[in-house]
Design a protein around this ligand. Structure first.
Ligand code: 13P
Length: 267
């Protein structure tokens, strides 16, 4: 079984010393987890975070990157700079970047190409707005985002991409998508990947869900077979809450192991 991704997105929260304190508190809570845990911290804390997680099963990610190599782009950070301080992944195309910083699918595609070229795992965020959902445009929107964002990305590069299905209406609203909605959207995304690449490749791409995840609703979400993990905003800011979200996946794995053993014994 591939590891489940449990990714935190701190967004613009926590100073450097707060990130350090968080990791000190968080590490012992999840040390037995078999999940692939990723903390996406503000740029200025990546180095501190990388040092703090060096003896653990946690990796550190950026929240954005610039698509250019180097040069006159005041205030920007590129993929090479992220990897140089030890980041192994980066969120790309978050809906807040799309809506507040005018990022288009074409720009996000360039960012992914740059991130992949420099060795980062790219967590590509896609998802429909409430307006899209109300107008039955979800499928159309997801298709456009996937097709454009993955333009010219080769099949063998997809193992360095995690797709995060984050419906915009579920982000920070306290209204998570239902398990049916999540399962439906993920199956739709796999179908789209299958059309763009092939069924075998599509089945192996990691697809996670994000949007108002908490300690309670994670139990049902972790039970969904086709969900390869989660991307968590608000509930990731408290180490105890986030550890419970991580451990929900471990609990689920243990339950599945027991079920498999029982089936084998019955034979
Ligand atoms: P919330 O978990 O706060 O809804 O945020 C989700 C998100 O945007 C993660 O990238």
């Amino acid at each position: 079984m591939p590891k489940k991704y449990v990714i935190a997105n701190f967004k613009m929260n926590k100073t450097d010393s707060e990130v350090a304190k968080y990791i000190d508190e968080f590490k012992p809570l999840i040390e037995k987890s078999s999940c692939q845990i990723v903390l996406s911290v503000p740029y200025v804390s990546i180095k501190t975070a990388v040092e703090k997680v060096s003896d653990s099963n946690i990796t550190i990610a950026g929240q954005n990157l610039n698509e250019n190599d180097f040069g006159a782009f005041t205030g920007e950070v590129n993929a090479e700079m992220l990897t140089a301080v030890g980041a192994q992944a980066c969120i790309v195309g978050h809906s807040e970047r799309r809506s507040k910083f005018n990022e288009t699918d074409e720009l996000i595609n360039k960012k992914i190409m740059k991130g992949l070229r420099d060795g980062l795992i790219c967590v590509l965020c896609i998802g429909e707005t409430l307006f899209d959902k109300k107008n039955q445009k979800t499928e159309q929107v997801l298709k456009q985002q996937i097709t454009k964002c993955l333009n010219s990305i080769y099949a063998n590069e997809l193992n360095h991409i995690v797709i995060a299905y984050e419906p915009v209406w579920a982000i920070g609203t306290g209204i998570s998508a239902t398990t049916d909605e999540i399962a439906q959207a993920i199956s739709l995304i796999r179908k789209m990947l299958s059309n763009l690449y092939d069924a075998d490749i599509a089945s192996k791409v990691a697809i996670v869900y994000g949007g108002s995840i908490n300690e309670e609703n994670i139990k049902d979400i972790a039970r969904l077979d086709d969900v390869d993990g989660v991307l968590v905003g608000g509930a990731s800011l408290d180490p105890m809450s986030f550890s419970k979200i991580v451990l929900a996946f471990d609990d689920e794995e243990r339950t599945n192991d027991k079920k498999t053993k029982k089936r084998v014994l019955k034979k």
